[in-house]
Design a protein around this ligand. Structure first.
Ligand code: FAD
Length: 259
């Protein structure tokens, strides 16, 4: 069984602060990490390796320094790592990103593709489902439990007010959420050996992709402007008898369309 895990290197957005004077993001010193949902996806692949002998390949598209997350994945126990890096990939929106990843995954071969539900920087949750569409395979998103039954998977999909149990044939793609498992730590032996392992590097040429279909050129969407959200103004203290204060607060919330 061949499992491919999509991992993205992201800035640790918990560490990103807003400069109170300039109102801009402070990016200096913000560490790059493996996207949290992707760690759950990787853990699930490693569980399938432990229990059923799955072969686990991790793949990322990013600049050369994205190699760091692949080394981390190898140190957690992945068998193989692939870095898609090329200037032509830069500026990709989710369509171009997913097309590039799908082409590479097709080339590697797979039974199961695992991705995170969402990356904490782009936050779109589109790349996983788009990869499945490019490859024309079935998908389940928001997966919180996976059971292997022959060539079929029985997965539990989280909904806002409950869950669904879905049976899905492989090959397929699942997007994973944090409730799925607790990712393991890297082990010391693998931390040492992961630096000796080869990381395969693939470019747009290796994937046979046209420059017009990838990166900024292949992106149907463009970011025209980015800005930091205005900080909230000072709070208002309601100084009234409790019943009146409650009515006043409800009116205010309605006015702002919170309720
Ligand atoms: C309109 C628009 C324009 C953009 N323009 C630019 C731009 O000009 N320059 C730029 O740098 N970025 C740009 N981005 C961001 C870029 O598209 C996203 O970082 C990338 O497409 C992934 O989307 P996401 O972060 O929302 O991932 P999500 O869809 O939230 O990620 C879901 C899962 O997909 C997998 N995944 C996502 N990205 C990767 C990856 N690179 N490698 C491996 N697995 C991955 C992971 O498993 C992840 O958990 C743009 C985004 C949008 C929406």
């Amino acid at each position: 069984m061949k499992v491919v895990v999509c991992v993205k290197q992201v800035p640790d957005t918990n560490e990103v602060k807003i400069d109170p004077v300039k109102g801009t993001l402070i990016r200096e010193g913000v560490p790059s990490i493996m996207n949290p949902d992707d760690k759950n996806a990787l853990e699930e692949a490693l569980r399938l390796k432990d229990e059923y002998g799955a072969y686990v390949t991790v793949i990322t598209m990013g600049p050369p320094q994205a190699e760091k997350v692949l080394r981390e994945a190898l140190a957690m126990g992945a068998d193989e790592a692939i870095l898609l890096t090329d200037k032509a990939f830069a500026g990709a929106d989710t369509w171009a990103t997913s097309l590039t990843l799908a082409k590479a995954i097709e080339k590697i071969g797979y039974d199961l593709i695992l991705a995170g539900r969402q990356a904490i920087d782009g936050d779109t949750a589109q790349v996983g489902p788009e990869i499945a569409e490019h490859l024309d395979i079935p998908q389940v998103t928001y997966v919180e439990k996976v059971e292997l039954e022959g060539n079929t998977l029985r997965v539990k999909r989280a909904l806002e007010d409950g869950y669904e149990i879905i049976k899905i044939n492989m090959p397929c793609l699942l997007t994973c959420i944090k409730e799925l498992n607790t990712p393991r730590y890297m082990n010391v032996y693998d931390i040492f050996t992961c630096y000796k392992k080869e990381i395969k590097v693939l470019t747009s040429e290796d994937l046979g992709l046209n420059k017009e279909d990838i990166g900024l050129l292949g992106s149907p969407t463009k970011v025209r402007k980015t800005f930091t959200k205005e900080p909230k103004g000072k709070g208002e203290i309601i100084n009234m008898p409790p019943c009146e204060a409650a009515k006043f607060a409800v009116e205010k919330l309605k006015e702002k369309h919170y309720i």
